[in-house]
Design a protein around this ligand. Structure first.
Ligand code: PRX
Length: 655
């Protein structure tokens, strides 16, 4: 980390917002002063931009920390805010979704059409018994029906749990079980990398006979969109085709008002232990900050902008900046089904040109892969519509930042590097593009109404020019409300470390520069960040030891030019296995195995077969030393190892 800090210290480039951009920007300098003068009043004003069936009189209640409530006596309907209210305001004809399928078909869905679809689906779900508080799992490709599914569940006061379509049947099953989902909404398959990637078969596997498993099946119905056209098995009585149910249902559905703290969704994310945590978000506070940040950070002018957030709805970025933020703001956005390089490496830029995208929000890993391919590809397309660029998910290195600005942003578009997490629900640290002078590589300043600090292990402010741990010092509207079913884990994970100060511990290292602005330095725990996706070292280790060949495994995140970090696994093979099998091809098959167990994003870049792992006297694996090996560095201090010779053996084996 120290070489990274040194590198960042010499970054001195600054970019002021273009004048016309600044003049028209929705995020203005006075927001900082307003929020500083009355933080809660500021958020209350932002919340009042939504439609409240019953206005709130309370703002923040922090009398029972770390459990916050926001706007608790108010009532609203999230789906109504994202749909009906725009139609009722006369904007039903505005395009909500400009959908582009990977093979090239397109659909324009207006606010009126999306509202109709959601109302029909809400009626279908009600008919299937979905009620306030129930959980519905969504396992879908990036198609308009996926957005409709989220909004229909929200409309009923039920909670969705969206599971990324790239996750395995096992991962899907554990998420369905943990949430106790009543209904699963899926598709036969969706297009990825030029072919249909099946989804329904994974749902079938996840719900396969559980006799003897001790787990009670909670899923009563599976609603299936036909998208891929692939053959699927059918369980009569349980499975329902979307096209047999939704178009026939009534398009009359009155949105009921729900209290602001009604849980809106659970989204599973990796933590430091084996099981993913179900992060819970609420309705009023979440929607307030989602809409506000989309408006002022992405500078969304609903009448004129074409927004494109490239994230999948299986991640928090897709929840907040595909579904809830843009739709609450009545914006027009692109929804693209497939991969960036299918059928050709310029696919994304073709989409930007085709729809005249004005604001693009994506991840550094994507930018770095485009850099690798070279500027000649984006140069073939007209990208002049782009006026603002955003980055999210991992630190963006200054080189990638500059390339993004020059090659994609035509040397003028401001770049907002936005720091936040599944847990924070919405952007927390970012430039305001019409106000802030941007610095390549830094997320810079907390948003108005957000209180951030960088502190040492004791919780004391580190001061400019120093590194430490990132904390949020005051509750914020879109903060997680807990971990599904595990309030203790919520306290332990985020609040115990700085209990004395009452700070939220984000798990990230950060540094304050001489201007007091924030530079993110990566995770300080056993969470890896691969292509902007969070993966847990322990979860992958558990998958590895579940293989019959593996006796022990240790996983580290090793730095990688394109993906930020890559998974490197060190495994010890069982003697009994080696006695009966050849070790040839074993590393490859273990890579594949992890991909099948968790999902392709978790597949290790490297699997090293070793005879021992470096452990302290108390038996803790010293991952830091393994990271040195995986990154090809000289191995650091080994004095605390039980057996100091072990690292030279490992290094020799890896070489
Ligand atoms: O380490 C930080 C990194 O991503 C983590 C959160 O991951 P997740 O919950 O999957 O959400 C990703 C999208 C919001 C953080 O703890 N991270 C996110 N944004 C940035 C970042 N690191 C540096 N700079 C960012 N802009």
């Amino acid at each position: 980390m120290s070489s990274q800090i040194d590198h960042l210290l010499i970054e001195s480039r600054r970019f002021a917002p273009p004048t016309t951009f600044a003049e028209n920007a929705l995020g203005t300098a006075d927001l900082y002063a307003k929020a500083a003068a009355d933080r809660e009043g500021f958020w209350a004003d932002k919340a009042r931009e939504l439609h409240w069936h019953k206005p709130f009189t309370q703002v923040l209640d922090w009398s029972n920390p770390p459990f916050a409530t926001w706007f608790a006596d108010g009532e609203l309907n999230v789906s109504y805010n994202c749909l009906d209210r725009h139609v009722e305001a006369g904007n039903g004809g505005r395009v909500a979704l400009l959908w582009e399928g990977e093979p090239g078909e397109s659909r324009r869905v207006t606010y009126a059409e999306l509202t109709d679809e959601v109302k029909r689906l809400a009626n279908v779900l009600e008919g299937l018994g979905v009620q306030e508080g129930d959980r519905v799992a969504i396992y879908m490709p990036m198609i308009p029906e996926a957005i409709a599914a989220m909004l229909a569940v929200a409309r009923l006061g039920a909670m969705h749990s969206v599971v990324f379509g790239g996750f395995s049947a096992d991962s899907l099953r554990s998420r369905i079980d943990d949430a106790g989902a009543k209904v699963v909404i899926t598709a036969d398959g969706g297009y990825r990398k030029g072919k249909v990637s099946p989804l329904k078969p994974a749902v079938d596997m996840a719900l396969a006979d559980r006799n003897g498993s001790g787990i009670q099946e909670t899923v009563e119905h599976v609603l299936v969109v036909r998208r891929g056209g692939n053959d699927v098995d059918w369980t009569d009585g349980r499975d329902i085709w979307w096209h047999d149910a939704v178009p026939q249902a009534s398009a009359e559905h009155t949105a009921r008002a729900f209290p602001a703290e009604t849980p809106l969704f659970i989204l599973y994310t990796s933590g430091t232990t084996g099981n993913p945590k179900g992060i819970m978000h609420s309705s009023g506070g979440y929607l307030t900050q989602a809409a506000f940040t989309n408006k002022v950070v992405h500078d969304i002018h609903a009448e004129t902008d074409v927004f494109w957030c490239t994230a999948d709805i299986g991640w928090i970025t897709g929840h907040t900046y595909v579904t809830y933020g843009p739709l609450a703001n009545g914006a027009t956005q692109v929804l693209y089904e497939g991969t960036p390089d299918t059928p050709h490496p310029g696919r994304w830029w073709e989409v930007v040109e085709k729809y005249g995208v004005t604001v693009l929000y994506t991840a550094p890993t994507a930018i770095r892969s485009f850099m690798k391919i070279g500027r000649s590809v984006p140069k073939k397309f007209d990208l002049s519509s782009l006026r603002l660029l955003g980055s999210v998910g991992e630190p963006i290195n200054p080189e990638a930042w500059m390339w993004y600005r020059k090659i994609i942003g035509g040397k003028t578009a401001p770049i907002v590097d936005t720091w936040w997490q599944t847990e924070t629900g919405a952007i927390m640290i970012s430039a305001l593009p019409g106000v802030t002078e941007t610095k390549p590589g830094s997320a810079q300043v907390p948003l108005p109404g957000v209180s951030i600090d960088v502190v040492d292990d004791d919780g004391s402010h580190v001061g400019n020019g120093n590194g430490g741990l990132l904390v949020v010092t005051e509750p914020w509207p879109s903060m997680l409300r807990g971990i599904w079913g595990d309030p203790e884990r919520y306290k332990e994970t985020y609040w115990d470390k700085f209990a004395a100060q009452g700070y939220y511990f984000a798990g990230d290292g950060a540094r304050l520069d001489d201007d007091g602005e924030v530079w993110l330095l990566g995770r300080v725990d056993d969470v890896m960040n691969v292509s902007g996706h969070r993966l847990s070292t322990t979860e992958i280790e558990s998958a590895l030891v579940a293989n019959e060949a593996v006796a022990e495994a240790a996983v580290v995140g090793a730095s990688d030019e394109t993906t930020g970090q890559a998974v490197a696994a060190f495994v010890i093979i069982k003697q009994s296995y080696l006695a009966a099998h050849s070790p040839d091809g074993l590393a490859q098959s273990l890579r594949r195995w992890v991909g099948e167990q968790i999902g392709p994003i978790a597949r290790p870049r490297d699997v090293y077969i070793v005879e021992e792992l470096p452990k302290t006297r108390s038996g803790k694996i010293m991952r830091r030393l393994l990271r040195d090996v995986a990154e090809g560095r000289e191995v650091g201090d080994t004095t605390t190892l039980a057996d100091t010779a072990v690292m030279s053996v490992i290094s020799a084996q890896v070489r």
